[in-house]
Design a protein around this ligand. Sequence first.
Ligand code: 9MG
Length: 282
Amino acid sequence: MIFRARQFEFVFPRPALVMGIVNVTPDSFSDGGNFFDSRKAVQHALELVAQGAEILDIGGESTRPGAKPVGEKEELRRVIPVIEKLSAKIKIPLSIDTMKPAVAHAALEAGASIVNDVAAGRSDGAMWKVVSEFHAGYVCMHAQGPPQTMQQDPSYIDVVREVGEFFSERLTAMLNEAGIAAEQVVLDPGIGFGKALEHNLQLLAGLRSFTKLQRPLLLGVSRKSFIEKLLGAGLNERLPASLACASLAVADGVQIIRVHDVAETVQAVRMTEAVLSRRKNV
Ligand code: 9MG
């Protein structure tokens, strides 16, 4: 299986890729006031690469449940200088985390190679045209509803089946209507995006079923609030559970893990892979 993102190509099976999260928001990299400092964001990104990140995901708009939307101009102002500086310094794929085609377009022009679209093309139909035009990699994530309202009353009959059907429908539409090649696409069940605790756990238990779609899978569980709902762990106490999910996911066929804690995740994932590679077929 191949994943192509502009000049980058990953051939699977291969060790899972750890994608480091770079949130370019004022609360993440403040200049000491209400603005963010792009130099601090770049510095943080370079540290994630030194820790073993093989992809960076750069976002200027929070997608946390209930987060306030950010205007296009402000989102561009946050992410583009960071992408320009990083693409001049490092030769790994940069992913732009956005639902806005104009932001994706500018980010790709600035040197990004992947579009991480938590709306899966449903926020603005122009997104897929941009992905197709640049031959970019594309993360197609499942969400039930937009971030502002998605956690109000998530409802499914069979969440694993419904997310699988969503992937099939989106893939068919992308390939047939948007001129995107299957090899550009990564699928992501969207843990925490319009899902109650039970839905998240069922998706984690059912990850293996998505491998039949023959596309790389991406999982983001890092520090998410469902961990607190299950275990009572506060924001700074969720690393062990995040690592447990990462290891289980890799064992079930997930190829990309999106995380804040890169060094710890790389260690957990490499250990998991070392043991998996020695499993006998009993
Ligand atoms: C932006 N963002 C936050 N959580 C995410 C997740 O689980 N997957 C992807 N693709 N993006 C996410």
